[in-house]
Design a protein around this ligand. Structure first.
Ligand SMILES: [Zn+2]
Length: 359
């Protein structure tokens, strides 16, 4: 079974058997059911990306196979099965995720899951299966899973994790017990990530970029994605000011992570709209870039801002979809338009931009 995408939010600095402070309520429900041996055979864990749903599913999987659970239901971390789990070699814990370059969880993976679940656990305890992200199952895969959900094997627990549960067939959703998760408060999230970030990284900036999702914030800080975004913002501003060649910016982004870059650009455009609309300084997703974004907010009129935002949204959808567009062409068209908007803004507001259009 592939671990695949499971790695993105398994952020360093997060202990395997650590219960995240904002998940104690959900954990206590699960621990009680586990203790009383009435845990549902299929759970659907839902909520935004980057807040630890998958982490909790892993914690529950480990607790299910642990031979010496703690009183609060958490795995002990030191028994033989916990050590096998930590090494990633526990035979009764399966993980299903998109394989290799595929975006989808395919039917052969679910068939292998069903066969495995039908057999007795090798170490005599529970079997735990994680399906992450569950909404990536193809229709055929979901239909195959339905059979396993309708005839559950004894002492097996299926853990489906999804940030977009509405993309799952209703027949799957209705056969799972649902457990919803929310992001922690900003204060709690900041307190939690503060001690885990590399030195010199601004916790507030990370959390803002991650839209309040603490694990996403850690990932941004530790993966180099934060530096990549700063670079992307410099290029975007440079193109607007005619200091960077729009085609050069497009070429650079096409070889990096174009979807992430477009997601970041959407965030900056949202901040520009906030700055244009607000009489007083608004709360921004990217407060560190406020002065640069303010400059664009002053120079760009609403029609141009909306028009460009729509084009970025379309490009973003095209890149995330299955149509396989020409990434470079898409980014070149966007950046040429952005450069033209910069040129028009300079022509209408003059070099000082002090009499910025208040339209
Ligand atoms: Zn244990």
């Amino acid at each position: 079974m592939t671990v695949g995408e499971l790695t993105r939010h398994a952020a360093p600095g997060l202990e395997t058997a650590e219960l995240l402070p904002w998940q104690t309520a959900q954990w206590s429900i699960l621990a009680t059911r586990l203790r009383e041996d009435r845990l549902a055979h299929a759970l659907l864990l839902t909520g935004p990306d980057g807040i630890g749903k998958r982490h909790l599913a892993e914690l529950l999987a480990q607790a299910l196979v642990c031979g010496a659970r703690q009183p609060v239901g958490l795995p002990c971390g030191v028994c033989r099965t916990c050590l096998l789990y930590a090494a990633g070699t526990h035979p009764d814990v399966l993980r299903i995720a998109p394989e290799d370059d595929s975006r989808d969880i395919r039917v052969h993976q679910i068939r292998a899951l069903s066969e495995s679940v039908a057999k007795t656990a090798q170490l005599g305890g529970y079997k735990a299966v994680l399906v992450v992200p569950a909404e990536r199952m193809t229709l055929a895969a979901a239909n195959a899973l339905l059979k396993t959900l309708e005839e559950p094997a004894p002492r097996s627990v299926l853990l489906l994790v999804s940030a977009r549960p509405s993309a799952l067939p209703a027949t799957i959703r209705s056969r799972c017990q649902r457990l919803g998760f929310r992001p922690p408060s900003r204060e709690d999230a900041l307190a939690w990530i503060a001690g885990r970030l590399p030195e010199g990284i601004d916790a507030q900036l990370c959390l803002g970029l991650a839209r309040g999702a603490p694990l996403e914030a850690l990932w941004l800080a530790q993966s180099g994605a934060l530096q990549q975004r700063e670079e992307a913002l410099r290029r975007l501003l440079g193109v607007f000011r005619a200091q960077v060649d729009p085609l050069e910016a497009a070429r650079a982004w096409s070889t990096q992570a174009p979807v992430d870059v477009l997601a970041a650009i959407r965030g900056w455009l949202a901040d520009i709209a906030r700055l244009k609309a607000a009489a007083r300084p608004p709360a921004l997703d990217h407060p560190a870039a406020q002065s640069e974004l303010q400059l664009i907010a002053k120079r760009l009129n609403w029609a141009a801002l909306f028009g460009f935002t729509r084009r970025v949204d379309e490009a973003y959808s095209a890149l995330r979809g299955s149509a396989n567009p020409n990434v470079l062409l898409l980014l070149e068209a966007l950046m040429l338009l952005w450069a033209r908007l910069g040129e028009t803004a300079r022509a209408t507001s003059g070099p000082s931009a002090t009499n910025a259009a208040r339209d």
